[in-house]
Design a protein around this ligand. Structure first.
Ligand code: F6P
Length: 614
């Protein structure tokens, strides 16, 4: 069937679904609860149909229209609804509970039903299974996407890629990294002068840096206090030479291990930074060992291209595996995260992190969609983005240790779902990803929260912990302010609970007048409210909890991408800039050697470049 027949089939089904949904919504919003109207039969999505062409999408549009004039205040007054949207995730593990509260989203029970129907129509269950099973999920690069295999337990069974079970290799690599880290930590392996390796500089960018950096910062909060004499990590990502200078400032080369992390071993920033650090090591250690001895004791690599690393000069003995079927931004549970974290805190801490990720993997694969945290987070992302027209979203950990989480999730989500076509190459007529940003609370409150309360609506995730990781830092836990005993953590969490409410409830002109606010100031001090958020409350910041958070956001991204019908696992959008940089580089060289003005495709660029070369 051609496009026309597809369009007309879907249009007819859409109209029927939309009419039924609108009728049902009227009953639902009015507090009718149960739905009497029968669902119209959903058309089977034809191959290549966009999610937005499905009747389920049209039903959601009609439903969203029916909610337009309903304020979150009204919805939040319904205690039964709030209870139903409180979704606790419990595991057998200590400290493994996540209390997720979705009640502050502009939705009803009916919304969730419709979102789940869309997810089913887009084959979400099958796609999630396909991901875990190693099916070819990244069509444009002809690869499976198996970050879940990286944290699978030995008892989880085989995972096949091209007919070969990859688990023996995954487990062997995990063991090899753990052994290496133990050797370094116990000084069985030392630098070329016999000194212990106390500093690790991880050289990598994008997915080869953001995940491990987030993890290190998160775990440092609980583990640094226990081992102040442990291995310290630094991350060198940017090609700006200042970043390289910062990465090695005050380090003793004799005690430094450089880990070059690059899946492709072709990323220019990483290779140039790697060369700079190798030169630094050799210069600093000159006369104490040969260049070969220095390199083979102080430079390691995590890469999927061991041959390229070897050509560059990393010995095979210090090269750790990373596979083609692991996406860079999904690589933190591979050697990419394991090597630095096991060096810094020991392999057991990394194992605990893997267990947390595995816990959410299982939950994502098995829990019904209505109680499935990453599925709900992905569906609500889609709902806010395309049916409520909120094109940004924010992540606010009320936990300083998670300060790099927003940057990591930003890459995972925006590189994965920032796409313009479907997996079938059709132009999308909706968004598959939001603009993601974030900062820890409460510092963000004193920066950009003004806009969140009174400017655009930006749905937000608030992440908080019942227990402070920082309480290890001071012997006292409370101080006195204005005659009251206050603790840092209660203060932090008071804000954590207040902000989602302020966003949702707002403050009306009538309320302000009742408080005696002058008419002149009332418009300036009115908060519209009606701003959605998710609240995730967890017991304690442990390595297990960090693993859960990582997997939650990874799967949220995959869910949103699957339901949008995009390939979340390629990143062609980063290529054009790289190619143009190649041209600029060539022009820089040519202009410098010839003394002629640079020739660029755009006169604007030629003018700027000439100015730079001057
Ligand atoms: O340019 C984007 C990107 O390919 C990311 O997806 C990736 O995480 C990063 O560059 C680094 O790539 P590599 O690990 O191959 O050096």
């Amino acid at each position: 069937t051609g496009e026309r027949s597809l369009a007309s089939t879907l249009a007819a089904a859409s109209a029927a679904a939309a009419a039924a949904a609108a009728a049902a919504d009227a009953a639902d919003v009015a507090g009718g609860g149960g739905r009497a109207a029968e669902r119209p039969p959903s058309a089977q999505p034809e191959r290549g149909a966009l999610a937005s062409q499905l009747p389920e999408w049209a039903a959601l549009e009609a439903h969203a229209a029916s909610l337009r004039d309903v304020h979150l205040r009204e919805l939040l007054a319904d205690t039964e609804r709030s209870a139903a949207l409180f979704v606790p995730h419990r595991t057998g593990e200590r400290d493994g509970e996540i209390a997720a509260d979705f009640s502050r989203h502009k939705l009803t029970k009916r919304t969730l039903e419709l979102l789940v129907r869309l997810a089913e129509a887009m084959g979400l269950r099958g796609k999630l299974r396909g991901l875990f099973r190693g099916e070819l999920m990244n069509g444009t690069e002809r690869r499976p996407v198996l970050h879940t295999a990286l944290r699978a337990a030995p008892s989880d069974g085989a995972v096949f890629v091209d007919g070969t079970d990859v688990m023996p290799e995954v487990l062997a690599s995990r063991q090899r990294v753990a052994d290496f880290a133990r050797d370094v930590r116990s000084c069985r392996r030392v630098g070329c002068t016999g000194r212990p390796l106390r500093n690790v500089v991880v050289v990598g960018i994008g997915g080869s840096s953001l995940g491990p950096a987030f993890l290190y910062e998160a775990l440092r909060a609980t583990h640094l206090y226990e081992q102040l004499d442990g291995v310290q990590l630094r991350f060198l990502a940017n090609i700006d030479e200042l970043d390289a200078a910062r990465a090695i400032a005050q380090l003793d080369a004799a005690e430094t291990l450089v880990v070059i992390t690059s899946k492709t071993f072709r990323t220019r920033e990483t290779l140039i930074n790697g060369c700079t650090l190798r030169t630094w090591l050799r210069t600093q250690l000159r006369g104490q060992a040969s260049d070969e001895q220095i390199d083979s004791s102080h430079i390691a690599a995590c890469t999927a291209d061991a041959a390229a690393a070897e050509r560059w000069g990393v010995s095979r003995a210090l090269t750790f595996a990373f596979w083609e079927w692991v996406g860079g931004r999904f690589s933190v549970t591979s050697s990419v995260g394991q090597l630095p974290i096991a060096l810094a805190f020991g392999p057991e801490v990394f194992d605990e992190f893997l267990q947390g990720a595995r816990d959410i993997d299982r939950h994502c694969l098995t829990a019904p969609f209505e109680r499935n945290l990453p599925v709900l987070m992905g569906l609500l992302g889609l709902w806010n983005l395309n049916f409520q027209n909120h094109t940004a979203r924010a992540i606010f950990p009320y936990c300083e240790a998670l300060w790099r989480l927003p940057a990591h999730v930003q890459q995972v989500e925006m590189e994965s779902n920032g796409k313009r076509v479907s997996t079938h190459g059709r132009l999308l007529d909706f968004h598959a990803a939001e603009v993601t940003f974030g900062e820890p609370g409460t510092t963000g409150q004193h920066s950009f929260f003004q806009l969140l309360h009174m400017g655009q609506t930006v749905p937000a995730d608030f992440i908080g912990f019942a227990q402070s990781p920082g309480e290890l830092a001071f012997e006292h836990t409370a101080v006195a302010l204005d005659g009251c005993a206050v603790s840092h953590h209660d203060e932090l969490m008071a804000n954590f609970f207040a902000q989602p409410d302020a966003l949702a409830r707002g403050c009306t002109a009538a309320e302000l007048r009742a408080l005696g606010v002058s008419d002149e100031l009332v418009p300036h001090r009115t908060f519209p409210g009606d701003r959605p958020s998710t609240v995730l409350l967890m017991p304690r910041l442990t390595a297990f909890a960090v693993g859960q958070l990582l997997a939650l956001y990874e799967h949220r991204t995959a869910v949103q991408g699957f339901v949008c019908g995009v390939n979340s696992f390629d990143q062609w959008g980063v290529e054009l800039g790289k190619e143009l940089a190649q041209e600029v580089r060539a022009q820089m060289r040519a202009a410098r050697s010839s003394g002629e003005p640079p020739r660029c495709a755009l006169p604007s660029t030629a003018r700027l470049l000439a100015r730079y070369l001057e």
